[in-house]
Design a protein around this ligand. Structure first.
Ligand code: ADP
Ligand code: MG
Length: 257
């Protein structure tokens, strides 16, 4: 069964149709690359899958369950985690605390228990800390865990956001342009991290504006343009697709103009 399935999903905002009758399915353990020019509807699609928006029409199934029937906390509990196109971390909190926030939805006592100092919380808190330190190591973030998050470089903040998403133990991870604004070296590192996450058994939906990055990581690629899925296939197939080439050339023409 697919981890995620979209059946003719559309989303309109007033007169704009941001996503138009998109069908898509993501199989367990796959990296599906979602590419397309700016404004193609990629982020809107993530907002639909994570329940921030409801589809104007169509259905979204998570592990075969209709998303429309789930409450927000049930969506998180169903094993979905994401990162954002614009980094969202808590700058005034420490690096470790930022990861622990992700973990708290998985611990029995939760964040309230930690604040109230309930019995049994100490032991769980210690386990949580250890698990989060492991995750910082896994994402390759080699900094003092007590450092204020706002002191990290841009690339490090991106790694931190991924560590926090992983702390929820997701089955499906949605990454929205994780390499945006990164230099070449940082892009290489994030690419290898994405592969490590997949090798750890996660399913990944990867949005990228830059086609080259997706080509090196994705098993399959779907291309959105003006809200419509214009192509889907292996990276090689998609790269050769005339409709895709046209969409990207059109985009570059817009950038130049
Ligand atoms: N909340 C919203 N209200 C109105 N329009 C929106 C909203 N969110 C996205 N859009 C529009 O939907 C289209 C797709 O945007 P988006 O999903 O962010 O594209 P992408 O991530 O591919 O660059 C754009 O035209 C954008 O302006
Ligand atoms: Mg976007």
């Amino acid at each position: 069964m697919p981890v995620l399935e979209l059946r003719e999903v559309s989303k309109s905002f007033g007169g704009i149709t941001a996503v138009r009758e998109v069908s898509l399915s993501v199989n367990p353990g796959d990296i599906l690359g979602l590419i397309g020019p700016n404004g193609a509807g990629k982020t809107t699609l993530f907002n639909l899958v994570t329940g921030i928006y409801s589809p104007s029409s169509g259905e979204i199934l998570l592990d075969g369950r209709n998303l429309a029937a789930l409450q927000p906390h049930q969506i998180t509990n169903s094993g979905l985690a994401r990162t954002f196109q614009n980094i969202r971390i808590f700058g005034q909190m420490s690096v470790l605390e930022n990861v622990m926030i992700g973990r708290h939805c998985r611990t029995r006592s939760g964040i309230l228990g930690a604040i109230l100092g309930m019995p049994g919380v100490k032991k769980e808190e210690k386990e949580t800390r250890e698990r989060c330190l492991e995750l910082l190591d896994f994402v390759g973030l080699d900094v003092d865990p007590d450092e204020k998050a706002s002191n990290l470089s841009y690339g490090q903040q991106r790694q931190l956001e991924i560590a926090r998403a992983l702390a929820t133990d997701p089955e499906l991870l949605l990454l929205d342009e994780p390499a945006a604004g990164m230099n070449l070296q940082e892009t290489k590192e994030i690419t290898s991290l994405i592969k490590r996450i997949r090798d750890a058994g996660k399913t990944i939906l990867l949005i990228e504006h830059d086609m080259r990055m997706v080509m090196g990581t994705a098993d399959r690629v779907a291309v959105l343009d003006h809200g419509t899925k214009i192509a889907e296939g292996s990276p090689k197939e998609v790269q050769r697709d005339p409709a895709v080439i046209k969409a990207y050339l059109g985009d570059e023409a817009n950038v130049v103009a």
